[in-house]
Design a protein around this ligand. Structure first.
Ligand code: ADP
Length: 557
C-alpha cells in the first residue's frame, strides 16, 4: 500500500514536471514565434516598397515607352488639330501630365527667323502651341512664324533650341549606313529633366541622309521638311499611388527628396524610395504607426499561435493517453497480482483447516461423538468452501465464454426468497434479512442463475456490514414489463469514485472487510449473468449508510 502510494506520488510529480516543461516550451515557442513574426513584418515593411513603386510608376513607363513614341508614326506631319487629339488621349489616360507644348517645326537650308542654324541646316519652329486641361482656347497658340502678335519667347524656345542643337549635332556626325540604336534614340530624341520630358519625332534613314547633305553641301533652296517636337510637363504629385500592401503601409505619399518627417519616430515607422527620371527630385514616403503594424503582426501571428496551441494540446492528449494506458496496465497488473494472492489464500485456508482436522483425527486414539461431529462439520464446511470457490471460477469462465445455457422455469418468487433466507439464517444467525414482493407472483427464469445473483448480493451485504448492523431488505416489484429486484443494506457503503469500478473483474475496494475471502469476482459475475439474461444492474451507495443494488430484468411469465 505504502509502495503504491509512493509510485502514485512519483507519477503525479512526473506529470506535473511534464506539464510545466511542455507549458514552458509552449510559452517559449509563442514568444519566439511572436518576435519572429514582428521581425518578418518589419523586414517586409522595408522590402515591399519596391513593389509599390513598380505599380505606381507603371502608367508612367507605359507613357514613356509606348505613348510618346507614337509621335514618330506621323513623321513630323502633325498639325495643331491632330496634336490636340493626340494630347487629349494623353490627358485622359495619364493624369500626371499637366501641360504639353507642341512645336510644329520645319527643316530647310533657308534661314528662319527663329530656331538654330548649323552650316546650311536650319531648324526652326513654325508655330508653338500649348495644351493643358484648363487653358482657354485663345491662349493655345504661343508663337506663329510671321505673326508679330505672337513673338517667339525664350521661355518656350529654350527646350526647343536645346533639342534642335542636339539634333543638328547628331545629323552632322550621323552614320547613315547603319540603323539607329536605342542609345541614339534616347540621347538625341528624348530629353528628360526634372518634371519635364521632351521628344522629337525620329526621322527615317533617308531623311537623315537628306538633312546631312543639306548641312554640308551648298545647294540651291531646298524643300521644307516637317518635324514635330513635344514637351510634356509632368506633376509627380499627381501620380496615382498604388498601395499594393495596405496591410503594411498605413500611408504612402510623394514627397520632395529632402523631406524629413517631424513625427515621433518611436511611434511611427517610416521608409522611403526615390523616384526616377523626370520625378527624380521626389520620393515615395511610406509610414505606418506601430499600432497599425501590430495589427498585421497579430493577424500573422494568430494562425501560428493557433497551430502551436493545437500541437500543445495534441502532445498533452497523447501524454495523457499514454499515462492512462500505463495506469490501466499497472492497475490490471495489480489486480491480477491481488487475485492470485487472494485465490491462493482462499484455497490455502480451507486446505490447512482440512489438514489440521485430518491430523487431529489420525493422531487421536479415540474420538468422542462430540469430537467426531465437530471434525465432520469442519471438514464438510471447508470442503463446501473449496467447492464454492471452484464453482465460482468455473461459472465465471463459462459465462465469459457464453458457454452457459439458460434453463428457464416458472419460479414462485415467494418460495424462492423464503428458501434462500432460511438457508442464510442457518448460516448467519445474526443476519436480519427480509423481503417484500409487490404485484408479482411468478417469474420465468433460470433458478440457478437467479440464485447465483441473489447469493452474491446477499453475501456482499453480509460481508460489507458491521457485525452489529447486518441488515438486508430485498424488494421485488413489477413495473410494466420489467421486474425490479432491490437489495438494500445498511453496510459500510462504497466511495463514489469506486462505484464505476466495482463491476470490473478482480476489482476490490480496499477495506478491512475484504482482506480475506474476496477475489473481486462476485459483482463482475453478477453483471455478466444479468447481461446474459438481457437485464441491467446498477448501484447507489452512501459511505457509512449503506448500499442499494438494483437488478432490472425483462419480465416473463
Ligand atoms: P469481493 O469478492 O471483493 O466481494 P465483489 O465483486 O463482490 O468482490 O465486490 C467488489 C467490491 O465492491 C468489494 O471489494 C467491496 O469493497 C465492494 N462491495 C460490494 N458489495 C458491497 C456492499 N453491499 N457494500 C459495500 N461494499 C460492497
Amino acid at each position: 500500500m505504502k509502495q503504491y502510494q509512493q509510485t502514485y506520488r512519483k507519477n503525479f510529480a512526473l506529470v506535473i514536471i511534464f506539464l510545466i516543461l511542455i507549458t514552458a516550451a509552449l510559452g517559449g515557442a509563442l514568444y519566439t514565434a511572436y518576435n519572429f513574426t514582428a521581425k518578418y513584418v518589419e523586414n517586409e515593411f522595408a522590402s515591399q516598397k519596391i513593389e509599390v513603386l513598380e505599380e505606381t510608376i507603371k502608367p508612367y513607363n507605359d507613357f514613356f515607352q509606348n505613348k510618346i513614341p507614337e509621335i514618330s508614326f506621323y513623321q513630323g506631319y502633325l498639325d495643331s488639330t491632330q496634336a490636340a487629339k493626340y494630347i487629349d488621349t494623353i490627358f485622359r489616360k495619364f493624369n500626371f501630365v499637366d501641360r504639353v507644348v507642341f512645336y510644329d517645326a520645319t527643316i530647310s537650308n533657308r534661314t528662319f527667323s527663329e530656331g538654330i542654324r548649323v552650316n546650311n541646316f536650319s531648324l526652326g519652329p513654325k508655330a508653338i502651341y500649348q495644351f493643358s486641361r484648363n487653358i482657354p482656347p485663345d491662349s493655345i497658340l504661343l508663337f506663329k512664324e510671321n505673326e508679330s502678335s505672337k513673338p517667339f519667347s525664350l521661355k518656350s524656345g529654350d527646350e526647343f533650341n536645346k533639342m534642335a542643337l542636339k539634333f543638328s549635332g547628331f545629323i552632322e556626325l550621323a552614320d547613315t549606313s547603319r540603323v539607329l540604336n536605342d542609345s541614339d534614340r534616347f540621347n538625341v530624341f528624348y530629353s528628360v529633366i526634372s518634371k519635364r520630358i521632351s521628344y522629337m519625332n525620329i526621322p527615317r534613314r533617308e531623311e537623315i541622309k537628306i538633312y546631312k547633305d543639306l548641312m554640308v553641301s551648298n545647294l540651291t533652296l531646298s524643300p521644307i521638311y516637317e518635324l514635330d517636337m513635344f514637351s510634356f510637363y509632368l506633376d509627380p504629385l499627381k501620380l496615382t499611388i498604388k498601395n499594393t500592401k495596405p496591410e503594411l503601409y498605413e500611408s504612402i505619399n510623394i514627397k520632395p527628396l529632402v523631406y524629413e518627417s517631424l513625427e515621433n519616430t518611436s511611434e511611427i515607422i517610416s521608409n522611403d524610395l526615390p523616384l526616377s527620371g523626370p520625378f527624380s527630385d521626389y520620393k515615395l514616403y511610406f509610414s505606418s504607426s506601430r499600432t497599425f503594424l501590430r495589427k498585421e503582426i497579430n493577424a500573422r501571428f494568430l494562425p501560428i499561435a493557433g497551430g502551436l496551441i493545437i500541437s500543445y494540446f495534441i502532445v498533452v492528449l497523447i501524454a495523457y493517453l499514454i499515462f492512462r494506458n500505463l495506469n490501466i496496465n499497472s492497475k490490471l497488473f495489480k489486480l491480477q497480482y491481488d487475485f492470485i494472492n487472494n485465490l491462493t489464500h482462499e484455497f490455502k485456508t480451507p486446505v490447512s483447516v482440512i489438514k489440521i482436522a485430518g491430523n487431529n483425527i489420525r493422531s487421536a486414539t479415540q474420538l468422542s461423538d462430540r469430537e467426531r461431529n465437530h471434525y465432520g462439520k469442519i471438514l464438510d464446511e471447508e470442503a463446501d468452501k473449496l467447492n464454492d470457490l471452484m464453482n465460482k471460477l468455473l461459472s465465471f469462465t463459462q459465462i465469459e465464454n457464453k458457454a452457459i445455457q439458460i434453463k428457464p422455469e416458472s419460479i414462485n418468487l415467494e418460495v424462492f426468497c423464503q428458501n434462500l433466507i432460511d438457508s442464510y439464517q442457518v448460516k448467519y444467525p445474526n443476519f436480519d434479512i427480509s423481503y417484500i414482493i409487490k404485484g408479482v407472483e411468478y417469474f420465468r427464469s433460470d433458478p440457478v442463475l437467479l440464485g447465483s445473483i441473489f447469493q452474491n448480493l446477499i453475501d456482499n451485504a453480509y460481508k460489507y456490514s458491521r457485525p452489529d448492523n447486518k441488515v438486508l431488505k430485498i424488494k421485488i416489484t413489477k413495473i410494466k414489463k420489467q421486474l425490479f429486484i432491490k437489495f438494500s443494506d445498511r453496510g459500510i457503503g462504497i466511495p463514489t469514485k469506486d462505484l464505476n469500478n466495482i463491476f470490473e473483474k478482480f476489482f476490490r475496494v480496499q477495506n478491512e472487510y475484504n482482506q480475506q475471502g474476496s477475489v473481486g469476482l462476485g459483482l463482475a459475475f453478477c453483471k455478466e449473468l444479468v447481461k446474459f439474461m438481457h437485464g441491467n444492474i446498477s448501484v447507489k451507495s452512501v459511505v457509512g449508510e449503506g448500499s442499494e443494488f438494483t437488478i432490472e430484468l425483462p419480465y416473463e411469465l
